[in-house]
Design a protein around this ligand. Sequence first.
Ligand SMILES: NC(=O)C1=CN([C@@H]2O[C@H](COP(=O)(O)OP(=O)(O)OC[C@H]3O[C@@H](n4cnc5c(N)ncnc54)[C@H](OP(=O)(O)O)[C@@H]3O)[C@@H](O)[C@H]2O)C=CC1
Ligand SMILES: C[C@H]1O[C@H](OP(=O)(O)OP(=O)(O)OC[C@H]2O[C@@H](n3cnc4c(=O)[nH]c(N)nc43)[C@H](O)[C@@H]2O)[C@@H](O)[C@@H](O)C1=O
Length: 327
Amino acid sequence: MQKLPLNTRIYVAGHRGMVGSAIVRRLQAEGYQHVVTRTHAELDLTSQTAVQAFFHDNPVDYVVLAAAKVGGIHANNEYPADFIYENLMIECNVIHQAFAAGVKNLLFLGSSCIYPKLASQPMQESALLTGVLESTNEPYAVAKIAGIKLCESYNRQHGTDYRSVMPTNLYGPYDNYHPENSHVIPALIRRFHEAKQTSAEEVVIWGSGTPKREFLHVDDMAAACLHVMNIDAETYQANTQPMLSHINVGTGTDVTIRELAELLAEVVGYQGKIAFDSSKPDGTPRKLMDVERLAALGWQARIDLKAGLQSAYDWYAEHLDREAIRL
Ligand SMILES: NC(=O)C1=CN([C@@H]2O[C@H](COP(=O)(O)OP(=O)(O)OC[C@H]3O[C@@H](n4cnc5c(N)ncnc54)[C@H](OP(=O)(O)O)[C@@H]3O)[C@@H](O)[C@H]2O)C=CC1
Ligand SMILES: C[C@H]1O[C@H](OP(=O)(O)OP(=O)(O)OC[C@H]2O[C@@H](n3cnc4c(=O)[nH]c(N)nc43)[C@H](O)[C@@H]2O)[C@@H](O)[C@@H](O)C1=O
């Protein structure tokens, strides 16, 4: 396994987010000495001129693109223009300006929602663009597919080594706990915690509870990112042909939303009723990732779901009074 030199200058875009912060923790733990970061306030990645100036003034060797407009099923449904515009702008600016500044290596984070709504399960990388997308997050998915194609096209035309990883649903420290705009795990952690504090009789879960989801702890995701970054170029190219420049990252197992809710109630210690509001959207019925490609390249998830949920809840409870929690 080729090891990136520890003095590699690595720019992590989105370093304060759940995934970006996990990647920075992992890089620092592994001894990388030159991790470059900018907050959203310091550098708005939707601004072409600001991104061009950043790369001109700050020579880097590797870019990790973990910055994005991110949200759960409700946020995607409510703000489709924001999701497609901001993510397309971030991807075009960072990928093109990295190339223009001579950066040879980049890791782009896509998402499992790039695959067709009814793709056969588990979903292989080759399923991309073989069917219609899930309507609740289609704009976001189209932006993510564009990110994959940007990396692939710069590799084909300019000989860059821009890689794309497709994470399944993620959770863990520094997640977004907004009651409406968050993903299901932070939303339910917060709802069950507040229900326990107020002795509420029941907690309402969105949808039917029947959809299935795969959940990967963000520390596993960060480990997978560093693993992919350290694969030598010819091995990476040989394992992502024909033109399949992306690699799925997941656990290879899934649970129903009902099972997840019951697990979280147990983890949080909530003993009231769990009800389902079928007026809320279910989204994709199932999106289990085929993780064989990355397994063949030497990486598998390690964090068990129940232990991961427990650690995520413990982190939430410990940070409630601090600004780290995005409520
Ligand atoms: N969370 C999940 O379940 C999944 C996430 N992913 C992907 O992983 C990546 C990271 O997601 P996650 O960590 O959960 O998201 P977060 O929302 O936690 O982090 C996103 C980061 O990007 C920053 N950002 C957003 N817009 C801009 C901008 N215009 N300029 C500069 N910075 C910006 C945010 O800063 P600020 O908050 O200050 O605006 C934030 O730090 C994304 O590409 C996402 O699509 C893929 C699959 C699942
Ligand atoms: C991560 C990935 O996938 C995301 O899509 P998603 O997987 O459908 O995201 P979700 O976590 O919001 O919902 C998962 C399931 O859970 C149910 N559900 C129940 N109760 C709550 C609840 O209270 N909140 C939320 N958000 N969902 C709930 C919800 O109805 C749905 O059936 C994209 O947005 C996109 O971000 C993307 O890249």
